[in-house]
Design a protein around this ligand. Structure first.
Ligand code: CDT
Length: 319
């Protein structure tokens, strides 16, 4: 009997990389930039567009702030809201779903680094709150710039859900999550076929500059792709990753937005560090081969030996 999972299911996807967002840039201006790429995506036949992490503002965790009213100016208290309504309306008109990263403040005062997945009818089908928060919680003046995600956000409290939507099984992650194999594997165990994520990655690792073994700059892009290509291959899923890139408020952010096939191969890659849409026709049925052979989890995983992964956080070396 023919394997129905091998019947092609093409989803045309765009990664809408954004160039720098100045601290003074308004949300309306950011949304206007997104609309330009959304319309280009429509012309190119996209059903889904992935925008970056914290796409409505500059990457504010680079500043130490003590006035929480100043901090809260970067947060959204509802979604959609007045600033993002034009994005929702245009995406619905064009029948394009989207991923949008933003800073979320809940009615009871919790702050998260959040992303939503909106379907082609304009409905929010999923929300994800960033679990792996990099950086630090207190001012570290010895750094060239701060990375205060641990100050401004709580770790996500939703886990790694996936959603059956827009013809596939989709999951979300945000930036630093992509460096952790657990992110992909948890969603892999739920059958994820396309993992979408946005990122803001400084070209210089601020902590490396104060570490005794600094990290050469070229490794930033290498590691960006390395982790996502490995995650895609080992879980036989598409990965769509969108940067906020370029020289933002004195800090250089890497580009390298890409679309990665379940084989781990990059099939589309941004060339610039500016607003740029890249597109690929992603056949979700291509996930089936890896999921049913090398990475047929139910046949080959040996969970009796993996317990440590979910019971121990740090390393304990042998005596
Ligand atoms: N936004 C984000 O998570 N950026 C991190 C920077 C790590 S260096 C503190 C990243 O993993 O790309």
């Amino acid at each position: 009997m023919a394997n129905s999972k091998l019947v092609p299911r093409i989803m045309t996807v765009g990664a809408a990389q954004m160039g720098p967002i100045a601290r003074s840039e308004t949300r309306a201006s950011c949304v206007e930039r997104m609309l330009v790429m959304l319309r280009e995506a429509a012309r190119k036949g996209c059903q889904l567009v992935v925008f970056p992490e914290l796409a409505l503002t500059t990457f504010f965790p680079r500043w130490y702030m003590t006035d929480w009213r100043e901090v809260d100016a970067f947060f959204e208290t509802e979604m959609p809201n007045a600033a993002t309504a034009p994005l929702f309306a245009e995406a619905k008109r064009l029948k394009i779903g989207f991923y949008l990263g933003y800073a979320e403040k809940t009615p009871d005062g919790h702050r998260f680094n959040t992303a939503i997945l909106v379907d082609t009818q304009g409905a929010i089908v999923g929300k994800y709150r960033k679990i792996h928060l990099p950086g630090h919680a207190e001012n570290e003046p010895q750094r060239p710039f701060q990375h205060l995600e641990k100050r401004y956000f709580e770790p996500g409290d939703i886990g790694f859900p996936v959603w059956r939507t827009m013809g596939g099984i989709l999951g979300m992650a945000i930036c630093n999550d992509r460096r952790w194999p657990e992110t992909y594997r948890v969603m892999g165990l739920k059958g994820v076929e396309m993992l979408v994520l946005g990122y803001n990655t400084p070209a210089i690792n601020g902590s490396a500059l104060v570490h005794s073994a600094p990290e050469p700059e070229h490794l930033r892009q290498f590691h960006n792709h390395l982790v996502m290509q490995a995650g895609a291959y080992q879980n036989s899923t598409w990965v769509v990753a969108t940067a906020k890139a370029g020289f933002e408020e004195g800090c250089s952010l890497i580009g390298g937005s890409c679309i990665i096939a379940p084989t781990g191969e990059i099939v589309a890659l941004a060339r610039s560090v500016a607003d740029e849409l890249i597109v690929a026709d992603c056949d979700l049925s291509l996930c089936t081969y890896g999921k049913e052979t090398v990475f047929a989890f139910s046949k080959h995983r040996r969970i009796e030996h993996y317990g440590l992964i979910a019971s121990q956080t740090g390393t304990i070396e042998p005596a």
